[in-house]
Design a protein around this ligand. Structure first.
Ligand code: GLC
Length: 611
């Protein structure tokens, strides 16, 4: 079928619902007609290889749900200098078993006012030192040849203050001012501030920025140089969708919709997760299915589970294809510090009871800080109070708590709410850095064990595991950001250091730190990939082994029973259980009886029985 006809067919499938939602928000038939027209243009402009992929993936809609998916997120400059450099390093990524890479923001963004690239000045231009749009296309093609999927951010909540629209708005052009939120006096901003919480309470307090020369306030939920877009204006929605499709057409497989809960604002509300946000995401999903059906949407919803799950939409009206498993991530680190897995077990039970079509992206840490978004109501029942517990966690992970081996820094330490978040690499949080400082081999072994145990636990979960570049060789915190005026206020750069290729080369030398972590991970990944029991349709439960430090997870299908046991304590503990039959320890190949099994501190067991 010709592309044009295919487009018509795909449009027909969604037209009524798309029009309905569009008219509900904008009541503007002309703008809707323009949107459809442009969608047609983007559809026919897609490269032949992408068109072929669209058909292939449309015919196999579960293509991304396999147990072979493994992601890695990286900054282009930190990892390989520029886009061409990344292309040259693809075989390293393949050697990490990675088949999906998330390129951290790389579009044009002003120096020193970029929020790590999340303040986009031009959605159609690559940051010059990283390369050109053509290099991105070329990288996408090279990735596809190696069966690697490419993911990029679509920062849709705001633009940089240097974006062409922002510049025109600053000159007082009404048409462009209406694309943002402008107020000539503080009355409405003050009203908003009454109900809208702060994202960066210490590094960027408030939700508005006063523009001196202009005499106007502009809404800036994030940094003052990130101006919130006004999606009540259909011109904003349309133009941003054209940007989105333009980027999709460069060969993206996954588009991460950044900070999506924030995109709709309503006075008197928290301006998060409003119903109109879901209308927009649903429209984006349909637009994708009409123009570029091979592209997946990954929603960035860093919120509590009840807020996250609605972004999957419903079976008939899906929204995002995948979402971050953020509460599980934060709860994992709570368990590391407290050596108590009860809350993690509860969290896993919640996730495991969700429909199996919900696909989560599992991770231990990302480029952002770790916020302590835990289930405090439950912790309260167990005698832990929110403020005190957060203080404990922050003291623990900054290494100030007695017996803590973690190293890291606080992020947005808010004296008012006494809330602070946390930054550090996985290895530094697990104690690798402090063990190296002390030159203590036993502590180093324990730290490596903990690092691998946490990765094994991440890989045990259903969904797509996502590594952070450098964690595969146990890279440590990098404090050099403090010498860079543009970065020094933002401690997230502590765990966004340059990739150390000299250390990476040690991954092949037996006994080095890098080799111990890299080869341990490789083994886990290879086991995960080769067994159907890791597919997301397997039944997954937690298993009570009567010790609050031991998390036990059972995965099962018709052929295999897989049991994973993780000891979150630093001491040996016994998993009180009685399983019939003989299991195989998948890491060592040894036979194993799962009867009251003792697991050493910070260690884990992956055991399997073929039925
Ligand atoms: C997302 C990004 C974060 C950025 C923010 C604003 O949360 O992950 O790094 O600061 O959006 O765009």
């Amino acid at each position: 079928m010709k592309t044009e006809e295919l487009f018509k067919k795909r449009l027909e499938r969604h037209h009524d619902e798309l029009r309905w939602l569009y008219m509900e928000l904008y009541n503007n038939g002309d703008m809707f007609a323009e949107l459809c027209d442009k969608m047609r243009t983007f559809a026919v402009e897609r490269d032949t290889d992408l068109l072929a992929m669209d058909k292939e993936r449309e015919a196999n809609p579960t293509w991304f749900r396999g147990n072979d998916m493994l992601g890695m997120m990286l900054y282009i400059d930190n990892f390989a200098g520029n886009l061409k450099g990344v292309k040259e390093k693809l075989s390293y990524l393949s050697s990490c078993n990675v088949n999906c890479i998330h390129l951290m923001p790389f579009l044009e963004s002003p120096k020193g006012r970029s929020d790590g690239g999340y303040a986009v000045a031009d959605f159609r231009k690559v940051q010059p030192e990283l390369g050109k749009m053509e290099d991105l296309k070329d990288l996408a093609r090279a990735c596809h040849k190696k069966h690697i999927n490419l993911c990029m951010d679509f920062v849709m909540n705001h633009t940089s203050e240097d974006h062409e629209w922002a510049k025109k708005a600053r000159e007082g052009d009404g048409e462009y001012m209406s694309r943002y939120f402008f107020y000539d006096n503080p009355a409405i901003p003050t009203e908003y501030d009454r109900t809208v919480p702060q994202v960066f309470p210490t590094t960027a307090p408030g939700n508005f920025t006063y523009l001196d020369k202009m005499g106007y306030y502009v809404m800036t939920t994030f940094y003052p140089y990130q101006w919130d877009l006004n999606y009540k204006n259909p011109r904003v929605f349309n133009e941003m969708m054209y940007n989105f499709l333009y980027l999709a057409n460069q060969g993206m497989d996954i588009i991460r919709i950044d900070a999506v809960p924030y995109i709709w604002k309503e006075l008197g509300t928290q301006c998060r997760n409003l119903p109109q946000v879901h209308t927009i995401v649903r429209m984006m999903r349909m637009i994708c299915e009409i123009v570029c059906p091979s592209v997946l949407l990954l929603g960035e919803v860093v919120m509590e589970p009840e807020k996250v799950v609605p972004y999957f939409g419903t079976v008939e009206k899906p929204e995002c294809h995948m979402l971050y498993n953020v509460t599980t991530m934060a709860t994992t680190w709570h368990s590391v510090a407290s050596r108590d897995i009860r809350l993690l077990k509860k969290q896993m039970d919640i996730v495991n009871s969700l429909p199996k079509d919900y696909l989560f992206l599992n991770y231990l840490r990302c480029h952002d800080d770790i916020g302590w978004g835990l289930d405090y109501a439950t912790l309260k029942d167990w005698g832990m109070r929110e403020v005190e517990h957060k203080r404990f966690l922050n003291q623990y992970f900054t290494g100030k708590y007695e017996g803590s081996v973690s190293r890291g820094e606080l992020y947005n330490d808010d004296p008012v709410t006494q809330d602070a978040r946390f930054c550090g690499t996985t290895a530094s949080m697990c104690g690798v850095e402090s063990a190296l400082e002390r030159g203590d081999e036993n502590s180093l072994s324990a730290a490596i064990r903990q690092d691998l145990m946490l990765h094994a636990y991440m890989l045990t979960q259903s969904g797509i595991p996502m590594l952070y570049s450098g964690d595969e060789i146990g890279q440590l915190n990098d404090a050099s950001y403090k010498e860079d005026a543009a970065k020094k206020e933002d401690s997230r750069y502590l765990h966004r250091g340059k990739f150390k290729w000299d250390l990476a080369s040690k991954k092949d030398k037996k006994g080095t730190l890098e080799e111990r972590i890299f080869s341990g991970l490789a083994k886990l990944e290879q086991i995960r990939r080769s067994r159907d029991v890791f597919k997301s349709d397997a039944a997954v439960y937690t298993y009570d082994v009567k010790d609050d430090s031991i998390l036990c997870i059972l995965r099962e299908n018709e052929k295999e029973r897989f049991i994973a046991i993780f000891n979150f304590s630093d001491e040996a503990k016994t998993a009180w259980m009685e399983e019939s039959g003989t299991y195989e320890n998948l890491m060592t190949g040894e036979k194993l009886e799962l009867v009251n099994l003792t697991v050493q501190g910070h260690d884990f067991v992956w055991a399997s029985k073929i039925k």
